[in-house]
Design a binder for this molecule. Structure first.
Ligand code: KG4
Ligand code: ZN
Length: 333
């Protein structure tokens, strides 16, 4: 059973062919990062236009590399939200056109559901239920995953997501977009205990995340240094910021897993690529197994959309041609 999946929610135009929800026959990603780096972040209109230019070639390449032809494809999957609406519309429209032309079912996938299900691509032994720490550029959350399509949120972003905090702080430090990998790299030579930036633990029983206080604190600190003409150590600040973010993510994820009595935490989303976060979680004292996708399946890709679409295909959850893109789609809807 082969799914052709398309992902275009932000600044990567991606297409993949996935067999039986697990086997990656192709995974093509055209990244717009070099374009957006000039502006220090994603410019939505430019992103939409670049998707429009790239999508046909990216899909053709995914078919070619998979060794299939369009007639071997059993279903078309697209990311329907959340994300930048202009970007999403390109993938949704092209996916609809393909499904109509090939007379195949159309499957709409929630982007975060894709990030979670990416873990099935490389961990065939992974089984439901598990706890997922979902950390991307627009979302931080702890989600109890009972089965395909059955989610219970333990905690969610109250303001800036973890990736957003990395990106905004990196920009203030003069580091390139995307900020997460740039901060991780800059932190290598830094002292992670040099600055005690705030950790928002929130109420003692809360699994919600808040990173806007950390962001404001770092921006204020940088402004004060500038006003006093004091020099700053980018590696020390980067290492201390990374430490603050990892402390909160890891502590809440482990606490959540212990409370839910689960032996498995699954990592998902771009921030799951962070080496320090993986290290910290893997060294937990409770013997909790940490499952994470390899780096290419952490950040945006279409293979993960194909993996999530497989669960919907099995349940015959298909879309009709009125499918629209949704910038703020809830995973629990
Ligand atoms: O999942 P993703 O590719 O796109 C969204 O769905 O948002 O996540 C992108 C986010 C960006 O904020 C980026 O800075 C962050 O993931 N990121 C990282 C790392 N690699 C990507 N954050 C921390 N450490 C990394 N190594
Ligand atoms: Zn993503």
């Amino acid at each position: 059973m082969k799914i052709l999946a398309i992902e275009s929610s932000c600044d990567e135009t991606a297409a993949a062919v996935i067999e039986n929800g697990r086997k990656v026959l192709s995974n093509i990603i055209a990244s717009q990062i070099p374009t957006h780096q000039i502006y220090g972040g994603v410019v939505p209109e430019i992103a939409s236009r670049e998707h429009l230019e790239a999508v046909v070639a990216v899909v053709d390449q995914a078919i070619k590399v998979s060794g299939c032809t369009f007639s071997d494809i059993d279903a078309i999957a697209v990311t329907k939200g959340p994300g930048l609406v202009g970007s999403l519309l390109v993938g949704v429209s092209y996916g609809k056109a393909l499904a109509m032309a090939l007379d195949k079912p159309l499957i709409g996938v929630h982007h975060l559901e894709g990030h979670i299900m990416a873990n099935f691509l490389e961990h065939p032994d992974l089984t439901f239920p598990f706890l997922a720490l979902v950390v991307s550029g627009s979302h931080s959350g702890l989600i109890w995953v009972e089965d395909f399509g059955k989610y219970r949120p333990l905690g969610q972003s109250r303001d800036d997501a973890a990736g957003e905090a990395f990106d905004k702080i990196a920009r203030a430090l003069g580091l390139p977009y995307p900020g997460g990998p740039a901060i991780q790299k800059a932190a290598l030579g830094g002292d992670s205990h040099k600055y005690d930036f705030p950790r928002a633990w929130l109420e003692s029983d809360s699994y919600d995340f808040s990173f806007s206080g950390l962001k404001s604190s770092v921006l204020n600190f940088l402004n004060q240094c500038r006003m006093k003409n004091e020099s700053i150590s980018v590696p020390d600040i980067a290492a201390s910021v990374q430490e603050a973010i990892v402390d909160v993510l890891a502590e809440k994820a482990i606490r959540g897993a212990v409370a839910e009595k689960t032996g498995t935490i699954v990592l998902a989303g771009g921030v799951a690529a962070n080496g320090k976060l993986r290290e910290r979680l893997e060294s937990n004292e409770h013997g909790i197994r940490i499952i994470s996708p390899s780096l290419v399946f952490c950040t945006d890709n279409a293979a993960m959309i194909g993996a999530a679409a497989f669960g919907k295909y099995e349940r015959r959850e298909f879309e009709d041609f009125s499918l629209n893109a949704s910038a703020s789609l809830a995973i629990f809807a």
